[in-house]
Ligand binder design. Structure first.
Ligand SMILES: C[S@@+](CC[C@H](N)C(=O)[O-])C[C@H]1O[C@@H](n2cnc3c(N)ncnc32)[C@H](O)[C@@H]1O
Length: 335
């Protein structure tokens, strides 16, 4: 645990389980349909590559969500009676969070911010930066997987009767979960909240594949590098011998299920060793590893997700082009 007077960071190795990466890589590469969790994209290099993705012209998500927060930040913050403490799940660089921090600090002199991120480096860097920018801020961070952090938060930072908790889940991170998993996650968030507390959820909207596909397969190849870094991470941390040149990035849109599907495709038959796991992995030509799903939503689905998980969808804000939605979920009494 790192602690000074305004910053405390609780660290949980590998996001909560020191063997999780190794055991998940073993299971994922041994499965008939090979798959790795997107949460493992975010080692130090992966986190920096994601920040680069946010600058790409094709990656409209960050710009659209920033536009919503810049335009409607005061109104969003005024929808919740203050004073407030701000919890953020998957905070990353926390660049967009600044709009809300500033809106809150114009209403209350002090703010307790509780960011959670599996990427220790992102959490440390963003926390130090926010503290330099905002003297009224105090930060308690959790370098952990979401579920580990939610449990730790309940024990270590119990609700403060004088403050409402506003939880943030930005960047359409919700889209990485499958249908059941997103509900399990939101129920776990709801458990931490009290009635009338709020969750602010940034969710990407269904739209034409002509806009969606380039956002996940950009011309410069930054998203491809972000995806391939997962193999490079296995090489670095688990003594693997993946030749990243023998895999390519693929992004497709599954219209029926409303999701972008990201894979790594083996360009030839090959055998890869992961020596720390004493594992040999065979790939056929064209065989893939699924690395990410990114579900897209419509308002009906968002409203159903809210009511299934103990919330009510109270308001939605959009960017001018209506590419992205920002949703106020209010915690209900009878959850
Ligand atoms: C798509 S980025 C979004 C970052 C930022 N919220 C934004 O909107 O730009 C996802 C962030 O969530 C973190 N993350 C992904 N899976 C996680 C998990 N299971 N538990 C905790 N953090 C996670 C990543 O490290 C990364 O910072």
């Amino acid at each position: 645990m790192l602690s000074d007077s305004r910053l405390t960071i609780h660290r949980f190795a590998e996001g909560g389980d020191s063997n999780a990466f190794a055991s998940d890589v073993r299971a994922g590469l041994s499965a008939t349909r090979k798959a790795l969790s997107p949460k493992y994209f975010y080692d130090e290099l992966g986190s920096r590559l994601f920040e680069a993705i946010c600058w790409l012209p094709e990656y409209y998500l960050t710009r659209a969500e920033s536009e919503i927060l810049r335009t409607h930040g005061d109104e969003i913050v005024s929808s919740v009676d203050g004073p407030v403490r701000l919890l953020e799940l998957g905070s990353g660089s926390a660049e967009k969070t600044r709009f809300l921090i500033e809106a809150l600090l114009s209403k209350q002199p002090q703010l307790h911010y509780l960011p959670v991120d599996i990427s220790d480096s992102s959490l440390e860097l963003s926390s130090q930066r926010l503290l330099r920018l905002y003297p009224g801020l105090r930060i308690t961070g959790f370098a952990a997987d979401y579920f580990t952090a939610l449990q730790a938060l309940a024990l270590q930072v119990p609700a403060d009767p004088g403050h409402r908790t506003v939880a943030l889940f930005l960047g359409s991170n919700i889209g990485n979960f499958g249908r059941d998993e997103s509900r399990e996650f939101l129920r776990a968030v709801r458990k931490l909240l009290r009635p009338e507390d709020a969750l602010l959820l940034g969710a990407d909207l269904k739209k034409s594949p002509d806009i969606l596909i380039p956002a996940y397969d950009d011309a410069l190849g930054v998203t491809a590098a972000f995806n391939l870094n997962l193999l490079a991470r296995i090489n670095r941390e688990l003594d693997g011998n993946f030749d990243v040149g023998k895999f390519r990035h693929r992004a497709t849109y599954n219209d029926d299920l409303g999701k972008i599907e990201i894979h790594l495709v083996s360009v030839e038959p090959q055998v890869v060793s992961v020596r720390a796991l004493d594992l040999q992995v065979e790939f056929d030509e064209g065989e893939t590893i699924s690395t990410e799903n990114s579900y897209k939503f419509d308002l009906e689905q968002l409203s159903a997700i809210a009511s299934d998980t103990g919330f009510a969808l109270a308001n939605t804000w959009f960017d001018r082009a209506r590419l992205f939605s920002f949703n106020l979920f209010v915690a209900q009494e009878n959850a």
